[in-house]
Design a protein around this ligand. Sequence first.
Ligand SMILES: [Zn+2]
Length: 216
Amino acid sequence: MLSLQLPGPTSVPFKILCIGAHSDDIEIGCGGTMLRLIAGNPNCEVTWEVFSSNHEREREARSSADLYLQSVARKQVIVHEFRDGFFPYDGAKIKESVEALKGTTPDLILTHNRKDAHQDHRVLAELTWNTFRNHLILEYEIPKYDGDMGQPSVFVPLEADLYHKKVHFLMEAFSSQRNKHWFQPETFLGLMRLRGMECNSPTGYAEAFHCRKLVL
Ligand SMILES: [Zn+2]
């Protein structure tokens, strides 16, 4: 299969916007892809925005962003305190926060899947598309109890050091989540192994995304 490549080193900053409802969503959905993008281009500029948190979750979100973005010179980490589970009812304020990101003029946006079973995730997916009208948007996937895993269309194969680092950082940064029955390395590795199988990844591991529009 013809492989379209992620951008390599660029002379002008390659701007990436990561949007996540909860403090660990970006890392679960696209942590490996972010590590690969950053490793491939020292000139990345990242805006990393988390919408729901409390005191502990904000601390975890910020220390996790420090791990994933440690080699990124230009980065902006924004953590809001919108109420977990209530995004559809806090829509106006959340929309204003997404609209405020317009000025970041991203080359690539990584956000939630429009068909995600979690209402907070869906709100952010819809607002991403409402706000960014002429951009490349990839929608990442979050495994969950509800069971909404679909059929993604874009795959990012990951080298062994990157998918191991993704899981290691997740387990290190989010100690408050370790008592959840699903927050285990096997969950994250298992999904990446399935996606790696589906795209014939050389290492067997990959992350996958839903892409609704792509201009060649
Ligand atoms: Zn979430």
